[in-house]
Design a binder for this molecule. Sequence first.
Ligand SMILES: [Zn+2]
Length: 228
Amino acid sequence: MAGPVVTLSFDNGPDPEATPLVLEVLRRHGILSTFFVIGSKLADPARRRLAERAHAEGHWIGNHTFTHSTPLGERQDAGHAAAEIGATQALIGRLAHPDLLFRPVGGGGRLGPHLLSAEARDHLAAQRHSVVLWSAVPGDWRDPDGWPDIALAQCLAQQRPLLVLHDLPGGAMRHLDGFLHRLAELGASFRQEFPESALPMQRGVATAGLDAYVMPTPAEGRIAWTAA
Ligand SMILES: [Zn+2]
């Protein structure tokens, strides 16, 4: 039986310790992935060079907010979309994938309306971004040695997993090579393209499913209640 078709992504970098290791392992396995970078890190020239290297090696670069702090659906300060998404996209510049990939901050990998505010949604649509979610979060940051077993189980439970790992220091990525070998032995193959189901907005066009990831504004909440 054919194994899962796995898409890998690496969030929260670039990092001088972890990103080169991840790039080296991916190169040896012949796997292309996406790095969802944090804008405040990209402002550091040494870290930016790592994103440039990833891009030059065929990986895609996506936007993962500027500060990676409160999930955007929980933000109420006007202007947060431009400050978090717009400023990061400006720093990504020519490294951007043509689909302008954006991954919201989940706060521990949770999916839900806390991911996006109405302001963020409107900014993403106006700038023709694509929103990239996920389907497997093994928690490598909290379990640097145990995550591969969790990730294997999560990947084998799906046909088309989109896995979130982190190019962060802490040692978890020392297990990436072994994890990829184990996945391959179990019949998995790898694709850089994202599964459709993980893309609730593509190039600014929202699917019907996007609403599940947008916090209703008080006004919208009233309208929905009245209509019901
Ligand atoms: Zn993150």
